[in-house]
Design a protein around this ligand. Structure first.
Ligand code: WTA
Length: 571
């Protein structure tokens, strides 16, 4: 495949020569930056915040926060004190122990970050939940993880089914006039006077840090466990890939409900002591450009869907803002279209760097670096210290230009350490020494990787990973729905949209009103981003003889493609 490459950017980068680093790098070099090399113990929140607060960066701005109502900034020293206070609220008003799961279920705000860091300082495992989740999505995750504490807001509290969760002992509510009763604790009532001092819980590098629930093609969402050791990779990739330096002003647009919002919205920048911008509220092109101008953002990490939405907001809008501070732009979550890269060159005069990784991988794996030519449409090359390959279904490496399973040699520092409560599922990711991603791809003769699609039925809509099974399960709870099959349908802006094929129960008439009612049902029951944008009624769904819905047949119908092998089809 021949594409016009965008030449490497000359200059002084943290990864100045990719080939050289790839040939010689050893993760041991990075470990020495952290306290376990001296004390044998560690805490990621200490390394991200306190280490800087106790040193020369004490008065450096760690966090700029803005949303429609707030505009604030906090130094590393203030972040240390405020996360200590949050930790003390949890310590004094709950019986949180090391290793307990604390879930955070709230929109972005400075308090969200104080609580995440504070809980980690106590040795708890933090499970972030996206604010759009509705009751059953919240329940599934808290139930599976047996969370002891949830921190939420007054607005979201009604979606926490407290009485149905026996393991849940404390519900900390962030908001005004919270009434303390039963398990409910008023965060602000205790935060104000909480002590700024805290004895950090030092943990082992193999102890749990984050529990991110993510979707697969079957079953309920699964809890991907990351441990403190992952910070080695967070730190190093923030250098190599985000190319962060001392003076940078960095903005990652992802919510901590997704892995990008924790790994590169918290740890990446703060482990390096870099100023981090966090923006709350909804996507809005004006507000986003204004944010870059206001803070003089230099490194900007976002997603293809966001770039495509900015693109459709028009080039004139870009010209209204001074975006000249931007030095480095990155993207993650879905294939980055060459068209978007060309648009980035036109309006920002900057290359957009694609990065590939997954919730399970805990950090960047295949990326484009400033020092390297970009081939638009390619995810780039593996980071130093990581071996990537295309393998067949038996674990044999395939030669260049052959499509197959994108796989990574086991053992990189941020690799997930467990699927919560589900060792079989964890094992199912591996063939021998290979972690098999579930993505199909090929590698060209120069070692660039090219994404081709998901091997399974997982849907990527607006960069968010949605499991069709979860949506189908919710759909069949609707009284009119007998059966449902859900697929991702290609969409020019969102990557994919969710489309549901629905067979109605007898006695129900197909109508536009019913479609809307079903859509709202999923929106209210699960999450807005999981509600099907399109619904098509059909008599019957294609199923295997064992009764499994054949989503690939639905997809073929939708796209007018050949349906392939139908030997297992019911009739
Ligand atoms: C997809 C997000 C193409 C892929 C950090 C992967 C991508 C899934 C890219 C993981 C990319 C992520 N190009 N596809 N650069 N990055 N994906 O767990 O299918 O939410 O398996 O992690 O997103 O999604 P997740």
């Amino acid at each position: 495949m021949k594409v016009e490459a965008l030449p490497a950017i000359k200059g002084n980068h943290n990864l100045a020569n990719y080939e050289e680093a790839y040939a010689s790098f050893d993760w041991k070099e990075v470990e020495e930056n952290f306290s376990w090399s001296k004390t044998g113990k560690i805490n990621a929140a200490y390394e991200a915040i306190d280490r800087h607060a106790d040193g020369a960066k004490k008065n450096k701005v760690a966090l700029y926060y803005r949303d429609a109502n707030r505009d604030e900034k906090y130094t590393f020293e203030e972040m240390k004190e405020l996360s200590n206070k949050a930790a003390n609220v949890l310590k004094q008003h709950t019986d949180l122990q090391k290793g307990d799961r604390v879930f955070v279920f709230m929109p972005r705000s400075p308090e969200l970050y104080f609580v995440i860091l504070g809980a980690i300082k106590l040795g708890a495992i933090v499970g972030p939940l996206f604010e759009a989740f509705m009751e059953s999505a919240v329940k599934d995750r808290l139930e599976d993880s047996e969370a002891k504490v949830i921190v939420t807001t007054k607005e979201l509290l009604p979606r926490v089914p407290i009485d149905e969760l026996p393991a849940l002992k404390h519900v900390v509510v962030v908001g005004e006039d919270v009434k303390e009763e039963g398990k409910i604790i008023d965060f602000f009532a205790h935060f104000e006077n909480a002590s700024k001092d805290l004895e950090i819980e030092w943990v082992d590098r193999r102890d749990g840090l984050l529990l991110h629930y993510t979707s697969g093609s079957t079953g309920k969402p699964k809890g991907v466990l990351h441990v403190h050791n992952a910070m080695i990779q967070h730190y190093q990739t923030a250098k190599w890939v985000l190319d962060l330096k001392e003076e940078d002003i960095y903005w990652c647009t992802a919510d901590p409900g997704w892995v990008t919002g924790t790994v590169y919205g918290i740890f990446g920048p703060w482990l390096l002591g870099v100023t981090n911008v966090i923006v709350g509220g909804r996507f809005s092109p004006d507000y986003w450009y204004e944010t870059i101008e206001k803070y003089g953002v230099t490194v900007w990490y976002s997603a293809p869907t966001a770039f495509r939405m900015l693109m459709s907001a028009g080039d004139e809008l870009v010209k209204k803002y001074n975006l000249s501070s931007l030095r480095h732009i990155l993207s993650v979550g879905e294939p980055l279209n060459p068209e978007v890269i060309r648009w980035g060159m036109k309006v920002f005069n900057k290359r957009i760097h694609d990065t590939w990784w997954m919730t399970e991988t805990g950090g960047h794996l295949i990326c484009n670096y400033p020092c390297m030519d970009i081939r638009p449409g390619s995810m780039g090359k593996p980071i130093p210290g990581v071996k990537a390959a295309i393998i067949d279904d038996h674990g044999n490496e395939l030669p260049p230009n052959r499509m197959g399973n994108l796989a990574i040699k086991k053992g990189w520092p941020s690799m997930m350490q467990a699927i919560w409560n589900n060792p079989e599922k964890y094992e199912s990711y591996f063939i021998g020494d290979w972690y098999v991603s579930g993505d199909s791809a090929y590698m060209d003769e120069d070692g660039y990787f090219w994404f081709q699609g998901r091997v399974d039925d997982v849907i990527m809509t607006s960069g968010e990973r949605v499991g069709p099974f979860e949506v189908e399960s919710k759909l069949v709870e609707h009284p009119a729905v007998a059966e449902a099959g859900v697929i991702g349908k290609p969409d020019p802006v969102r990557g994919e949209i969710i489309k549901a094929f629905v067979a109605l129960r007898s006695g129900y008439e197909a109508s536009e009103d019913l479609k809307e009612d079903i859509r709202q049902f999923v929106k209210k029951g699960l999450a807005a981003h999981a509600a099907p944008r399109e619904i098509e009624f059909c008599e019957k769904l294609p199923k295997t003889r064992s009764g499994k819905i054949m989503r690939r047949v639905l997809k073929a119908w939708e796209l007018n493609l050949p349906t392939g092998d139908l030997s297992t089809l019911e009739d």
